[in-house]
Design a protein around this ligand. Structure first.
Ligand code: SAM
Length: 349
């Protein structure tokens, strides 16, 4: 086995003696999002610039290192793991990592192993994901219009994504659609997107565009407050607030006419930090304690410094002790520059 495909040194599953990760505000860290690559086969206009410089492959954590890192968090009480990117399914050997991590599902240490994907590779991987114990996935899709889809993703083909969604549902995976609300792009289409998702038994969550990374377009042109979208939707549908929580930032409504669930993620018009239970790791092993703040901890160094996990554990604990109370994104005419210089594909959406 090459180093790239060998995974799964056996650290403990949940280790009660290690102690859970609790931040200074009493929030238990139970959810880890891991970006397994910064590369993607799409170039969504709000996420990346067209000519992105990607990280040298040597800087990336190997699959074995990613497994060790995730397992160290699971040993300290993380119950949900989401693989993201970039596009997680374009990382070479990704299924080796998924299969290896699935041992934590079997042991009961992990409640959920899931991923966020653009769907393009699902025809190839949906069956394997289901076989590895993945039950639900998020698929990002902002429009059903082939031309708009191409314009938003720059490189994407909608037919591949729709085939991917079909493959996922055929494999028994529950699919949730994530759509970024984009002014003048999918603004008029959101009601039909909701109807389409619900007609296929899928939840859909709308996301406000966040000011991450310079993408070569003014954010003000892209930003569509979900308060406006919701008001528009309410003219057509009966939206009933429900107390459904997934531990995340979304707030949900039940749509009476479709019988489906619709979520709103509103980092700009509604702050969701008080219930934050998550941290993020980049594909180079940098831990971000908050999506909207610059502070980070390098976990690659302690990971590579020794075969044991002592240094790594200490670095994780020290970092969680610095998790900030919250973030403050602003997009208005005076703040058109990105709030943070890093792109979403680096931190992992
Ligand atoms: N490639 C995968 C995908 O398409 O879902 C995973 C990574 S992608 C960065 C994750 C999510 O972040 C996608 O739903 C994408 O639409 C969203 N996203 C990217 N940049 C964003 C931004 N600036 N504001 C809000 N959402 C963003």
């Amino acid at each position: 086995m090459t180093q790239e495909t060998k995974t799964g040194a056996e650290p403990p599953a949940f280790d009660p003696s290690a102690g859970r990760l609790v931040d200074p505000f009493g929030r238990a860290i139970t959810y880890l999002r891991v970006s397994v690559t910064d590369r993607c086969d799409f170039r969504c206009v709000y996420c990346m610039s067209e000519n992105m410089a990607f990280l040298p492959k040597a800087d990336l954590l190997t699959l074995e290192e990613l497994d060790r890192l995730c397992s160290a968090f699971i040993a300290r009480g993380v119950r949900k793991l989401r693989l993201t990117g970039g596009e997680p399914l374009v990382r070479r050997g990704i299924m080796t990592l998924v299969s290896s991590l699935s041992r934590h599902l079997q042991s009961g240490a992990l409640d959920e192993l899931t991923l966020t994907t653009n769907g393009s590779q699902l025809p190839k991987y949906a069956q394997d994901l289901a076989a590895a114990g993945v039950k639900r996935i998020n698929v990002s899709l902002d429009t059903l219009d082939a031309d708009k889809f191409r314009a938003v993703t720059r490189w994407g083909e909608i037919d591949k994504v729709l085939a991917g969604i079909d493959a996922a549902q055929t494999a028994g995976l529950k699919v949730k659609i994530n759509a970024v609300a984009l002014k003048g792009v999918n603004e008029d289409e959101i009601p039909s997107l909701v109807q389409w998702a619900h007609s296929r038994g899928m939840e859909i969550t709308l996301i406000e565009v966040m000011p991450l990374g310079d993408v070569g377009e003014g954010r003000l042109e892209q930003y569509l407050p979900l308060s406006m979208v919701r008001a528009q939707l309410a003219e057509r549908f009966t939206l009933n607030d429900i107390d459904y929580r997934t531990g995340g930032p979304a707030r949900y409504v039940h749509v009476a006419e479709t019988g489906g669930t619709l979520g709103f993620i509103t980092p700009l018009t509604h702050n969701f930090c008080e219930s934050c239970n998550r941290v993020r790791i980049t594909c180079t092993g940098t831990l971000f304690m908050c999506l909207g703040q610059e502070d980070a901890a390098d976990l690659r160094k302690p990971l590579r410094a020794s075969e044991g996990n002592e240094l790594l554990d200490r670095a994780i604990k020290d970092a969680i002790a610095r998790k900030p109370k919250g973030h403050d994104f602003i997009i208005d005419r005076r703040h058109q520059r990105p709030a943070l210089s890093r792109h979403m594909n680096v931190t992992g959406g």
